[in-house]
Design a protein around this ligand. Structure first.
Ligand code: CTP
Ligand code: ZN
Length: 152
């Protein structure tokens, strides 16, 4: 990603993860659901950058951080177009598209206050009825939701 061959918009990293092709308006949501606001190593953030494919995109480069599957699922729920790029010694060693899971176990809250998952200590479970735009349905109370609220 260069501007007229003069400069790199967001500099390369030596080791860590690049989350690319994030819809611009979701960048800070990703930061918060991954708890990156408390991360102590370097993070490079770019947003509202021009992308041929997606119009405006965001990018996050997190030094010395590699995400587990649960974290990658969270990224997919918020930014289904995202690409995860693993960097080691400045080289791209892996590049993969995130995939919205068929089911979401824990991580998301049911918005129905009377749902058993909000009354008792029961893990939430949702079926993903539509991936983009996302629509999920609670396994217990059958409430469907398009706004995703993550558990703390
Ligand atoms: N990247 C990085 N640090 C590196 C290597 C790559 O931050 N040491 C970033 C690049 O800036 C880019 C992404 O990782 O955002 C993918 O790198 P690369 O495959 O080299 O770039 P492109 O070919 O431009 O990828 P794409 O067309 O998929 O955007
Ligand atoms: Zn419910």
């Amino acid at each position: 990603m260069t501007t007229n061959n003069k400069e790199l918009v967001v500099e390369k990293i030596d080791n860590g993860t690049v989350i690319d092709h994030i819809p611009a308006e979701r960048v800070f949501k990703i930061v918060s659901i991954l708890g990156l606001d408390k991360y102590e190593d370097e993070i490079l953030i770019g947003t509202n950058l021009c992308s041929k494919k997606y119009g405006k995109k965001g990018i996050l480069k997190i030094k010395n951080k590699y995400f587990n599957q649960e974290e990658i699922d969270k990224i997919a729920i918020v930014a289904p177009t995202a690409t995860i790029i693993i960097i080691k010694d400045y080289e791209v060693v892996e590049k993969k598209h995130v995939e919205v899971p068929e089911r979401i176990h824990k991580i998301v809250k049911c918005i129905n206050p009377n749902c058993i998952t909000n009354v008792e200590e029961i893990d939430t479970n949702f079926d993903v009825v539509n991936k983009e735009p996302i629509r999920i349905q609670c396994h217990y109370c059958e409430k469907t939701m398009e706004e995703i609220q993550f558990q703390d």
